[in-house]
Write a protein that binds this ligand. Sequence first.
Ligand SMILES: [Zn+2]
Ligand SMILES: [Zn+2]
Length: 207
Amino acid sequence: MFPVNTYVLWDDTKEAAIIDCGCLYEKEKQTLKEYITSNKLTVKHLLNTHLHLDHIFGNTFVVQTFGVQPEACQADEFWLEESVKQSRMLGFNWHEAPAPIGKYLKDGDTVSFGNTLLEAIHVPGHSPGSLVYYCKAHNCMFAGDVLFRGTIGRTDLMGGNFDTLVEGIRTRLFTLPLDTTVYPGHGAQTTIQNETMENPFFKGLNP
Ligand SMILES: [Zn+2]
Ligand SMILES: [Zn+2]
């Protein structure tokens, strides 16, 4: 019902990190599990870019199946409870209570698995605790709902702030190498260069 991107990152060591497990339906959960097991991966982290409901639907499943705890920013913790309320309002058949945050991540924290290192960049505005996971070595970022191809995250939900979001994208993301690939929480990938030039919120901006 909400198309959302769930990312599985892994390297030669077969250690893996899952970012934003959006799996709600059994079939989606089994597809994820099948991918992990058929590639013989060891899941080391479950990272959340933020805690809006569509990004946490599958957290409990991942906790129970792979024995890792969700890692997210404390500023979004209230969304766990709000997400349950929202899911009821929207008529989702979401039986599981969302798994509590097992580890708080803040700006500048690093997360590692195998030979891979990610850095958390705090870019609030879509939600107060939105984190972008940046991999310098592989020149890419997992941006959640901060930045999309051709648009930015909505700011009308609880704790959102348009000016904060725009400023955060400008100062924290557009200052990274222009050829950095952006993998967003919804929709297709893009690059920083593309968004500085084509995104209507920043069009013609000289980063
Ligand atoms: Zn969101
Ligand atoms: Zn989302």
